[in-house]
Design a protein around this ligand. Structure first.
Ligand SMILES: [Zn+2]
Length: 81
């Protein structure tokens, strides 16, 4: 693979912040993985299996991310939480 766009190449692949949908180098994002029964758990070392959800360093995104839910489908009777 030889691409000489402008002489510079991205240091790392870009990923999309799930909140603001901005694209950032993967190294500057925090990775979360949706864990069964536990919701989104941080995965700083990118060792967990599953689909990664990335969060950028913007505090606003962090706040929204806490409310962000992937909504696992619960198949339980309506027992009210
Ligand atoms: Zn963001």
């Amino acid at each position: 693979m030889q691409r000489t766009d402008s002489g510079e190449r991205p240091a790392s692949p870009a990923r999309m912040c799930v909140v603001c949908r901005g694209r950032f180098p993967k190294s500057s994002l925090r990775r979360y993985v949706l864990a069964e029964g536990a919701g989104l758990v941080p995965d700083p070392r990118a060792v967990l299996p599953g689909r990664g959800h990335y969060l950028c360093a913007n505090p606003e995104c962090a706040e929204k991310f806490s409310k962000y839910s992937v909504r696992p489908r619960r198949r339980r009777g309506g027992q009210g939480e």
